[in-house]
Ligand binder design. Structure first.
Ligand code: ZN
Length: 281
């Protein structure tokens, strides 16, 4: 199942277009996307009965983040072996965790303002929590996941490393968390522990890896995080980026106004974001 957020309404995506969840369920589920995660198990059951035979065509520009207002957004640094190496850092013993403040999330095809000349890309597999996870064993981790989506952990490197480290702020400028184009449930993803993912800048591939290179996979992240704090329905986990970010290039390469970053994950889809000058205020 592909669940998307089209103009703030929950829809199911099929080849021909979108089916509105609230209309199909006579208001039992939706239109609010976030509320669907609160009732995820019942929704999954109901969704399998929805008639998808008459989908409506839609403009992809109307898609928004598949979990638009999560209560918590976790993000993991240095979680691919090759990226830890390119960063000159040791492979961490525990997940290096920070947050992207939820208001930084945006849609899969949104334009993103550049606040500084040192903004970088980070394609990431993003997991959305379906059922509350509190002190969950690694072996039960996947059972708490509603599905997976594509994310960009856009990073303003100067702010990220200012004053020691402030990853959370440097990765939370407006629009720095595009995600989508939809949430794909695990039964449709293939092997989530071995998915190709990558991104390009103006058509030139800069990141190209597989989730099998993750140090801490999704179930382990859910175990580690939920040992500290409960994970709530709709919560979002940016699982870390593979090698090929701009700051480790020689010389470092950052995003410029007018450039477009396309990010993809095998079995899920792709998102596309154009970077624009910050308007004068
Ligand atoms: Zn990241």
């Amino acid at each position: 199942m592909k669940l998307a957020n089209l103009h703030n309404r929950a829809v199911l995506i099929t080849d021909g277009g979108a089916t509105d969840v609230a209309e199909a369920s006579s208001g039992l589920f939706g239109p609010d996307v976030q509320a669907i995660y609160e009732n995820w198990s019942a929704f999954r059951e109901f969704a399998s009965t929805i008639d998808l035979s008459a989908p409506e065509p839609f403009d992809e520009a109307g898609l928004q983040a598949p979990s638009p207002v999560p209560r918590q957004v976790f993000a993991i640094g240095l979680n691919y072996r090759a990226h830890a190496e390119e960063s000159g850092m040791d492979v961490p013993a525990v997940p290096a965790t920070f947050t992207k403040f939820p208001a930084s999330l945006t849609g899969p095809f949104a334009d993103v303002e550049l606040p500084a000349p040192t903004v970088d890309w980070e394609v990431e597999l993003v997991a959305v929590i379906g059922t509350r996870a509190d002190r969950v064993a690694e072996s039960d981790g996947w059972s708490h996941v509603a599905g997976l989506t594509v994310g960009q952990d856009i990073s303003e490197r100067t702010m990220q490393f200012a004053a020691g480290n402030q990853f959370s702020l440097g990765k939370s400028y407006r629009g720095f968390g595009p995600m989508g184009p939809w949430l794909v449930t695990l039964d449709e993803v293939g092997d989530p522990d071995d998915l190709g993912l990558g991104c390009s800048v103006d058509g030139v591939t800069v990141q190209d890896a597989r989730t099998s290179d993750l140090i801490f996979g999704v179930p382990r992240l859910i175990a580690e995080l939920s040992a500290v704090v409960p994970l709530l329905p709709g919560d979002v986990i940016f699982t870390g980026t593979p090698a090929g970010v701009g700051i480790t290039a020689t010389p470092p390469r950052f995003l410029r106004a007018g450039e477009t970053v396309e990010s993809w994950i095998e079995g899920i889809g792709s998102i596309r974001n154009r970077f624009v000058e910050m308007p004068r205020r």
